[in-house]
Design a protein around this ligand. Structure first.
Ligand code: ADP
Ligand code: ADP
Length: 224
């Protein structure tokens, strides 16, 4: 069974704007899926609904078999979200911050897991630094470590390389390639076709609230 199942999902905001129109999508465990589309296409809206930050107007989403409108907590526990904006407490220290996040999900704060995550993200040397002292790339890694703190099986990355320079984009691609090896299911949004091509097993193209197509990356690239 797919780890995420989205059926006929629609979202109309309070001002009457329809941001999602009848989206159907199955996401398989362990795959990397890129949601590709221009600004305003509805990518963040889609992620926000799956992660419970916004409510759908219509349709059904299940995460690990849990319907998010009935079993939201169980669904949310399976998900790590790296939002678009830097929402980190810059005065806190790296390790303390990530362990705190783990605690919020009711996991033991002081076990080995966080050490492993920080080492995998090459943050271990910086574990006692304050987040504000870190480079942009390191700050982004801390956001990812936080998102992974409760051992989710699914990781959402909303525009992980929007507005960063070429060097940092490459660095983030390396980080995502490493994450993929861990077997976590990754859904990233992007408006860079090169990023979708470099990272994803499958690409979903979104435009004006519609999921126009979902295709294996190789097949899609050959058809362009
Ligand atoms: P993307 O992530 O692809 O850039 P978004 O999901 O952020 O797209 O936005 C999709 C559309 O919905 C945009 O036209 C945006 O202006 C609109 N939108 C987003 N949030 C709201 C909101 N709270 N109220 C009304 N319209 C919104
Ligand atoms: P809208 O864009 O329609 O105003 P919001 O994003 O403001 O929707 O969501 C309304 C409220 O519903 C928020 O407090 C949010 O936490 C909650 N909520 C969102 N999704 C879910 C869900 N799947 N299950 C339970 N509550 C949810």
């Amino acid at each position: 069974a797919p780890i995420i199942k989205i059926e006929d999902l629609e979202k109309t905001y309070e001002n009457g704007f329809q941001a999602l129109k009848g989206v159907d999508l199955d996401i398989e465990e362990g795959e990397v899926l890129a949601l590709l589309g221009p600004n305003g296409a509805g990518k963040t809206t889609l992620i926000s609904i799956i992660c419970g930050l916004a409510k759908a107007t219509k349709g059904k989403v299940t995460v690990g078999g849990h319907d998010i409108s009935h079993d939201f907590r169980k669904a949310r526990e399976m998900i790590g979200l790296v939002p678009q904006e830097m929402s980190i407490e810059i005065f806190e220290r790296v390790q303390a911050n990530v362990r705190h996040s783990r605690g919020l999900f009711g996991k033991p704060r002081n076990d080995e897991y966080i050490e492993r995550v920080l080492k995998d993200l090459t943050l271990w040397d910086k574990k006692d630094n304050r987040i504000r002292e870190l480079s942009g790339g390191m700050k982004r890694r801390v956001m990812i470590a936080k998102a992974l703190s409760h051992e989710p099986r699914i990781l959402f990355l909303d525009e992980p390389t929007a507005g960063v320079d070429v060097e940092l984009r490459k660095e983030m691609w390396d980080v995502m390639t490493e994450l993929k090896k861990s077997g976590v299911t990754i859904i990233l949004t992007t408006h860079y076709i090169e990023e979708a091509e470099a990272m994803a097993d499958r690409v979903g193209v979104i435009s004006k609230g519609e999921l126009l197509l979902v295709e294996e990356t190789d097949t899609l690239m050959k058809s362009l």
